[in-house]
Design a protein around this ligand. Sequence first.
Ligand code: PLP
Length: 385
Amino acid sequence: MIPYGKQDINQQDIDAIFSVLKSDFLTQGPQVPAFEKVVTEFTGSKFGCAVNSATSALHIACLALGLGNGDILWTTPVTFVASSNCGLYCGANVDFVDIDSRTYNLCPEKLERKLIQAEETGKLPKVLVAVHLCGQPCDMKRIHELSKRYGFKIIEDASHAIGGSYQNTKIGSCAYSDITVFSFHPVKIVTTAEGGLAVTNNQGLFDKMNLLRSHGVTRDENMMKGESHGGWYYEQIELGYNYRMTELQAALGVSQMQRLEEFIVARHALARRYNENLKDLPITLPFQLENTYSGLHLYVIRLQLEEINKTHKQVFDELREKGVGVNLHYIPVHTQPYYKAMGFNWGDFPEAEKYYQEAISIPMFHGMSVEQQDKVVATLKEVLV
Ligand SMILES: *Cc1c(COP(=O)(O)O)cnc(C)c1O
């Protein structure tokens, strides 16, 4: 089976991990700050906070922004559940903004309309999670303008988007957001096995996330409430977690980041070949918003079902039977049983649901060979006749 995504580990990555194993620190050593430095320098942001997953990063990002009981978080329904679960972890209520039919990202016009209504009913969100689906950047300038007008904070969930850019800024520059979060799960663009990282330009937000990732404990005398008792002394000043990234993971991250540009260029080469070779099939190919560069985590096609004598499920199953490891990103979050139990239902976000009935993610990963890609193309042609 040709997978839809997978990691690419080379000898340099392996050597980096081995040298950590032989060093003094397996956790809380020099590799984590080194990884944070590499990511902040690449993205052009000031502070980086590496953690054990993007899910953890989203959680502490929400807490740092003050999200709590009774507050409201909005995000897109077409995302992984973690983008909205982070709001629930904080005791907040979650709601969704339907997607744009071309970019599949949260639609700025629908966002504006929903904000106007929410202002009238006193239900404005405190935090908006903007997800750059497939690596395609959201229209951040418009979202940022709305945040100034309606007073909400912005977290970019850039789990799909490291290496991309929006207008003249790298994804993760936080030019139009408070915090940006990356995932380093093995299917993503860069991996640390498990791992995540939150970047920000705000020292206060960084300090808060830094505390929360490690039990809310500090050894910095400037942050303590009382006097130090001696060299052993630390204080717990927040209720934090153990969300730390290990040195092994961070070393892998540093090594992987050296190939990020190469990874993205290769993904774009694959996308160009797909665009060219699939253009005559009854499918909608990915659209690219003007003035943006995608990290291209995923390549999603949409079936033009009225022109195909098969159902979406039949096409999906046949592709898998023939060895093409397709996937579907994502089942709209509001239709998950856990969310339906909170009152959401099918019909709430029609554009997201329509997308779900047509979308298929086809294989896209570093090291995918021309033969593998040709097989995907040929199989699609065979299945879609
Ligand atoms: C993968 C992913 C996450 C969660 O990342 P983890 O590192 O696995 O916790 C969150 N949001 C989106 C959009 C993702 O794709």
